[in-house]
Design a protein around this ligand. Structure first.
Ligand SMILES: Nc1ncnc2c1ncn2[C@@H]1O[C@H](COP(=O)(O)OP(=O)(O)OP(=O)(O)O)[C@@H](O)[C@H]1O
Length: 518
């Protein structure tokens, strides 16, 4: 098809050419437009402007350039957060501790509840998932019923949702178990109808008994009603979950990742209910594995919940630079082509991430981004400089995300600080920020908060690392805050102005002037 077009005089296929469709729309009547288009005209139009050639070259160049460089990556996926590694260096101790506690489940007993603590990126989720998979595999091997259910409480953050999600998981699992059982029994039934001695090896005394067991199983299946994601009273959701879990003998480990988010959002009722279930369950046993990066969240728990949940505690300390090197090296061996990394790359990524409280996620992000930047440069080696650029890029991305998601009032306060800095004001104080803030609010019709609230918002910006506010003593004039920006001015301003409300402010100069008038 392509060949015949190239060789013929008809010119390129214009069916998707925007120029063509524009001109035919522009000046044709309905009657004309229903006629066969005159291809020759279009071809000549394009030839006149020379646009076909250019755009072909441009679109060819776009991908050709990128493909030309030796690819650096062998398998980039292993550097992504979604990848679950099978080896977790420097977490042997924590993994063994978890396994020692959970092995009880394989003996058919209830394991103690476990609380896992550690800062972000210290491998808590990866280790807990690894142990769970091993636990489930071993339970299948020894035919001891043991199941692990994972819930991310950042997403599923109310008692209703947690219980409904769990209920539905177990309802579905029960349905599978029931279907299997019915299939087996129906098989026996059909053989028993031919030959009654087939029943001798079973627990059924007659074909009737077998039939009524199948009917009972069908009825059980119908009884399990899926829980809707809203609308039921919580008691009903709880009892659905309870019945579904207790349907047959098993040990269930409920893994609640980011458990602090659940407590923060909806208190400790869920944990209270889950932790007292075992005294009422007849067939099954439930054990909870909570994961948190907030060491203090248990302070908000009812003492009974706190002691039950924290039967066993496992701490995941931050990684140091050497440990991060090992983690990166193991992944890099799979992710990159043989000699794609220069010697300094892994130590530098590890050193940067070690400064960030030993976060393996950050280290892996850095390595992946450095690789992508090198790929974009079309070099065949990732160099130290790519890591430095990656560090800046990740930091900027973080700032952009934090600033973009600030509430409008905080954005106005931050904009006021930026305006002051851009106009060369040094040692900015709260009063100056407030004056400009007030004017900006009036301009965009936003509510004006009190100076005290604005001071709080400045402290919040400080905590987010966007501004730096230090309290300085002015001797007998008391104390004041000196505020400066901790993030790049231009980029932050651009993010703020992309907010439709702030973007409406055309000329900011009068607002800065206003600080001298107040
Ligand atoms: N010891 C390790 N070996 C290999 N990869 C690791 C190790 N520790 C963490 N990682 C990787 O680092 C990333 C973050 O780990 P993980 O999600 O387990 O952290 P976390 O402690 O649960 O963090 P958060 O509290 O933010 O959820 C994942 O991509 C994980 O595969």
């Amino acid at each position: 098809m392509t060949d015949s077009l190239d060789d013929s005089d008809a010119g390129p296929d214009t069916s998707e050419d925007p120029e063509y469709s524009l001109s035919s729309d522009d000046d044709t009547t309905d009657a004309q437009s229903s006629q066969t288009p005159d291809l020759d005209d279009v071809v000549f139009d394009n030839l006149d402007t020379g646009s076909t050639g250019d755009s072909d070259e441009a679109s060819r160049g776009l991908f050709d350039d990128l493909l030309e460089g030796e690819p650096i990556f062998e398998n980039k996926e292993v550097l992504r957060p979604s990848y679950t590694p099978h080896k977790l260096p420097h977490r042997e101790e924590q993994i063994n501790n978890m396994a020692t506690i959970l092995v009880t489940a394989l003996r058919g007993d209830t394991p103690s509840n476990i609380l896992i603590y550690g800062k972000t990126g210290t491998g808590k989720t990866a280790s807990a998932k690894f142990v769970s998979e091993e636990l489930e595999t071993t339970s299948q091997k020894y035919e001891v019923p043991c199941e692990v259910e994972y819930i991310n409480c950042e997403v599923t953050d109310t008692q209703y949702r947690v219980l409904a999600q769990l209920a539905n998981k177990f309802i579905n699992k029960n349905a599978d178990v029931i279907d299997d059982r019915i299939e087996t029994l129906e098989d026996v039934l059909s053989r028993a109808r031919e030959d009654a001695t087939e029943l001798e090896a079973t627990e059924f005394e007659s074909v009737d008994a077998l039939e009524s067991e199948i009917d009972a199983l069908e009825a059980d299946k119908d009884d399990f009603e899926e829980v809707p994601m809203t609308g039921w009273p919580t008691d009903r959701v709880y009892s659905s979950f309870f019945d579904a879990v207790d349907y047959h003998e098993r040990v269930v480990v409920i893994m609640l990742d980011e458990i602090d988010k659940l407590v923060e959002k909806s208190g400790d009722d869920t944990l209270y209910n889950l932790s007292r279930m075992n005294s009422e369950l007849e067939n099954s046993r439930v054990s909870i594995m909570g994961i948190s990066n907030d060491l203090k969240f248990t302070d908000f728990l009812d003492p009974r919940v706190k002691s039950s949940l924290g039967e066993e505690e496992i701490v995941f300390p931050p990684y140091d630079a050497n440990q991060l090197r090992d983690i990166l090296q193991a992944r890099a061996d799979v992710a990159f082509k043989g000699s794609a990394l220069s010697d300094d790359v892994i130590p530098l990524c590890a050193a940067f991430a070690a400064q960030e409280h030993g976060d393996a996620r950050r280290a892996l992000d850095l390595l992946r981004t450095a690789g992508e930047l090198a790929e974009r440069d079309q070099t065949d080696q990732v160099e130290e400089d790519h890591v430095r650029q990656a560090q800046e890029k990740i930091e900027l991305d973080r700032v952009v995300e934090v600033v973009r998601t600030l509430p409008t009032q905080s954005k106005i306060v931050l904009f006021a600080i930026i305006l002051l800095e851009k106009n060369g004001v040094r040692n900015i104080n709260t009063g100056e920020v407030f004056n400009i803030y007030k004017n900006l609010c009036e301009e965009i019709d936003a509510d004006v908060l009190t100076q005290r609230r604005v001071t709080d918002l400045i402290s919040e910006l400080d905590m987010l690392g966007i501004v730096n506010a230090v309290v300085v003593s002015k001797g007998r004039y008391g104390r004041t805050k000196e505020i400066s920006l901790s993030v790049p001015t231009e980029e932050t301003e651009a993010v703020l102005l992309s907010d439709s409300r702030l973007g409406d402010i055309d000329d900011v100069q009068p607002f800065v002037q206003a600080r001298f008038d107040n």
